[in-house]
Design a binder for this molecule. Structure first.
Ligand code: SF4
Length: 217
């Protein structure tokens, strides 16, 4: 067990924008907008642990708490779909064996590619936790609400490289936490739809290090 835990939600904040992560988790700031509220409402629906149901002959578990002690990572999955499989995992209280598939809900798809890499890393983090708890090798998909399409992610094909990437990101988060670092704004950061635009002022923030200014006073 590692000393400090990181939630998959915190990881998601970092993947979206490291600077925004710093504003939330180092400066303890928060801003809402239409997109944040919409995403919260859709996740409230799928994170209800009492809403396990049968869909197209498959059992679906919602709001499952998962964790991996070796990475110090934990979170809640939107949905885990169970498909009967004689080689699959055994789940407490559910007869039979099952192949597990994570289904992560996202409001918006990528315009020019099948999925965003940041979304993949987030689902990969869930996979590591699900595999650890259920002793299996689950699949991962994203359901994009705007296109109403489900995209299968190549999590098992590139497992080692994604695991390495995930570990490196978690290490950076730990380092930033311990040292109170708010990462600089990425050169290619996309800010459309970010609820922090008014607070962050990305066009001027690049040129102004307020923390340094305060230290120099
Ligand atoms: S406005 Fe842009 S740079 Fe600032 S927190 Fe949001 S996404 Fe990051």
């Amino acid at each position: 067990m590692v000393e400090s835990d990181i939630s998959i939600r915190e990881l998601q904040h970092y993947l979206y924008c490291p600077h925004r992560w710093g504003l939330i988790h180092i400066d303890c700031s928060w801003e809402e907008n239409y997109f944040v509220t919409k995403a919260d409402l859709s996740h409230q629906r799928v994170h209800n642990p009492d809403r396990s149901y049968i869909s197209r002959g498959k059992r679906v578990l919602t709001g499952v708490t998962v964790f991996d002690d070796s990475l110090g990572l934990y979170g809640v999955t939107d949905c885990i779909e169970l498909t009967k499989d004689p080689e699959g995992a055994v789940l407490q209280g559910i007869p039979g064996k099952y192949k597990l598939t994570i289904v992560e809900y996202k409001p918006t798809s990528s315009k020019d590619k099948p999925f965003n890499h940041e979304d993949l890393v987030q689902v990969f983090a869930q996979k590591v936790c699900v595999d650890s708890i259920f002793q299996c090798s689950c699949d991962g998909t994203i359901y994009y609400a705007d296109t109403k399409k489900r995209v299968m992610l190549p999590l098992n094909e590139n497992y080692s490289s994604y695991l390495q990437e995930l570990k490196e990101i978690l290490q950076v988060i730990q380092h930033n936490r311990q040292n109170g670092i708010i990462p600089a704004i990425r050169a290619d950061q996309k800010c459309n739809g970010c609820s922090f635009k008014e607070l962050c002022m990305p066009k001027t923030a690049k040129h102004t290090d307020f923390r340094k200014m305060l230290k120099d006073i």
